[in-house]
Design a protein around this ligand. Structure first.
Ligand SMILES: [Ca+2]
Length: 202
């Protein structure tokens, strides 16, 4: 019977944990598919490909050979909290003057309007290594229906960016606030266990 209680406990906590630490909402987040699939062209997207020379982890990563950007849209719930992390690598070098690489998270409303914008520019970070960008938990506007994860490198004619720039391992996680239904399940599960153990003692 002890095994039954343990199994029930594990099941109850598994239900709770699944909403507390939500899985990565992005598809093809670390480019291990070997393609740029699911990342839409933002601008000059054909300059970005997937290669194996400098992954942050795994065996593949996205490489921006010159200037361009891509993004991925994910359906979200307004008013909930989200957190984006991602990695970017900028080489040292003297090429480029007015240029920049970025990793960003935007919230869009139903008509595509930007209702939240969290962007990190990478050019001030240490060169020749991967740096992690982390938005921290940010609350989507009540009108937001889409999260847009963006990365890229821009140039400003006649200057070209220092290149190539590399990107890898994006992670968009959902709210850390458990939903009421989960709390109800968690509560009733614990009540059941308490009731079961009390009955055994008598
Ligand atoms: Ca990777």
């Amino acid at each position: 019977m002890g095994k039954f209680i343990l199994t029930t406990l594990i099941a109850v906590f598994a239900i709770g944990a699944s909403s507390i630490a939500e899985a990565n909402l992005l598809v093809n987040p670390s480019f291990e598919t070997g393609t740029i699939a699911n990342w839409t062209v933002d601008w000059n997207g054909s300059n970005i490909g997937v290669v194996t020379s400098n992954p942050q982890s795994g065996t593949r990563h996205a490489r921006n050979f010159n200037d361009g950007g891509r993004y991925q849209d994910v359906g979200i719930v307004g008013g909930q909290q989200y957190q984006l992390t991602g990695w970017g690598y900028i080489p040292s070098g003297t090429g480029g003057s007015v240029w920049g690489s970025y990793i960003g998270l935007q919230f869009l409303n139903g008509t595509g309007g930007v209702v939240g914008d969290y962007q990190t520019d990478l050019q001030g970070l240490t060169r020749d290594q991967y740096n992690m960008v982390d938005t921290g938990l940010v609350t989507a506007s009540a009108t937001a229906v889409t999260a847009r994860v963006r990365f890229g490198t821009w140039a400003n004619d006649p200057w070209s960016p220092v290149r190539p720039t590399d990107f890898d391992n994006f992670d968009l996680a959902g709210s850390a606030i458990p939903e009421p239904t989960t709390m109800l399940l968690l509560g009733s599960g614990l009540m059941g266990i308490l009731g079961f153990t009390r009955k055994r003692k008598t």
